[in-house]
Design a binder for this molecule. Structure first.
Ligand code: ATP
Length: 243
């Protein structure tokens, strides 16, 4: 089943183009990567899907239903969850409190929330270990783990995550990526934005490459790995090889 569909989506910030005419999809259970250089439009697309900004043109569908102007919090309640770049955890609250906030707005009873908390802690033992610690005292990698754990509290159908490896040392990156694999094994569909191309292609089955707001390349990760057009997209060359 198609989990997410974008059809001719254009987003503008006033006169500035964020993305133009993007068509892409993610099937249920897939991990799909969204790649591209700085400013290519990756975060803009995630924001449009999560309802933080609204497209000027085009349609976004979630399990077959057009989202139109549905609010961001309604989308979260329906299982479309976004972990933004920079994690945005509450550093002055404990891990426990941060996790509880992840279930806020999901219309679950207290008992259901407690059950979900225990599932998330089973899944990510690191969070159980530091349960009562202030989130601000965690390392960058641990904070990323917390951000993913918090997102999982609402039991999402789709998890969108923006640059999870940013600023982390390689060992911590491995922990975060193992976690994303766990999330996927549980049946959550993942849309991953990543600057680290080889890392993203290792975990994703397919990828879309954005350049200056448009999709210039897409396909299975195994094909893209060896495609010279991938590095061209990062170096700012056009698809026919011209600068
Ligand atoms: P990065 O990896 O640097 O976050 P990105 O691929 O996520 O890059 P976006 O942040 O989506 O790219 O930016 C796409 C385009 O939209 C860029 O030209 C950027 O300058 C512009 N843009 C993004 N946010 C805004 C904003 N709030 N106001 C105006 N222009 C914006």
């Amino acid at each position: 089943m198609r989990a997410l569909g974008l059809d001719g989506v254009s987003v503008y910030y006033g006169a500035v183009r964020g993305v133009e005419d993007v068509t892409m999809h993610v099937d249920e259970g897939e991990i799909v990567a969204l790649l591209g250089a700085n400013g290519a439009g990756k975060s803009t697309l995630l924001k449009a899907i999560s309802g933080i900004i609204h497209p000027r043109k085009g349609a976004i569908t979630y399990f077959g239903e057009v989202l139109a102007k549905q609010s961001a919090h309604r989308r979260v309640a329906r299982g479309l969850v976004h972990v933004p770049e920079g994690r945005r955890i509450f550093t002055t609250l404990t891990i426990a409190e941060n996790l509880e906030l992840g279930a806020y707005g999901t219309e679950r009873s207290r008992t259901e929330r407690a059950e979900r908390l225990s599932e998330v802690l089973d899944l990510f033992p690191l969070l159980r270990q530091h349960f009562q610690r202030l989130a601000g005292t965690l390392s960058g990698g641990e904070q990323q783990v917390l951000a993913i754990g918090r997102a999982m509290m609402s039991n999402p159908r789709i998890l969108m995550i923006d640059e999870p490896s940013l600023g982390l040392d390689p060992q911590k990156v491995d922990i975060v990526y193992d976690m994303l694999e766990e999330v996927s094994k549980l049946g959550t569909t993942v849309l991953l934005v990543e600057q680290n191309v080889s890392l993203a292609l290792e975990i994703a089955s397919r990828a879309y490459v954005l350049q200056q707001g448009s999709v210039v390349l897409s396909g299975p990760s195994s094909d893209l790995e060896s495609d010279p057009r991938l590095s061209d997209a990062y170096l700012g060359k056009s698809s026919d090889g011209r600068d």
